[in-house]
Design a protein. Sequence first.
Length: 272
Amino acid sequence: MSARPVVVLVRPQLAENIGMAARAMLNCGLDELRLVSPDEPPDHPRAIAAATHADGVLRAARVFATLDEAVGDLHTVFATCPRRRGMVKEVVTPRAAAAQMRALSAAGGRPGILFGPERTGLESDEVSVAEVQVSIPLNPGFNSLNLAQAVLVMGYEWWQAADQTPERELVANRAVPATKSELLGFFSRLEGALDACGFLRDPEMRPTMVRNIRAIFQRAGLMRHEVNTLQGVVTGLTERPHASPAPGSRAAKRAAAGDGPGRGGGAGPIGG
């Protein structure tokens, strides 16, 4: 199995940030955490609480006294740092870094990602340990990320680089797509109702209008139960079995005067 990137937190200051970084790692399938001279241990209660079920990452984390020791067994190191450090070094985006790490990992190499302390970030000497610098493109006027946020950005790009999730998917559950026969039956009934009400009265425009109406419904990819619902809509509009009198109609005026169905003394089905 190809090696996943090792996450190396250099001089992290807050236990909560260590815990949230572990949570971000596990979200993205990363589980090897190394700490260089942390102010608080990875198994600190506040770190465990912030990890939210990613405490296994924290309990397996290793602590090192120096950065050189922490990266000694790695093949290529990527340092996250938004600022240029006055040195000749390749600077890439997280997405480009993820592609490089995937290639390195597939070839049997072990990549690592460095993150600096919350207040200052990595120092120049620490960046110089890495072969590649990673700069996350953000608002130039405010590009400061929380430690766990930076870990999540890098982890997300690593995961996405090999993820096969379709960009768009219709979740139909148990719904069955309508057959062409069912759809054509609906079209025939709808068009008959539109003929009857005069909507398709222009014989020259009728073919174009029918094609346009059919195109609207065919683009929708209707399910069988949806076609059945539309059939019910046509029934409701044409046969009006449950319709109330239209406002202003004679039936509505009779109902308002007490002569309509449901009022005593009328000619309705429950009249006296």
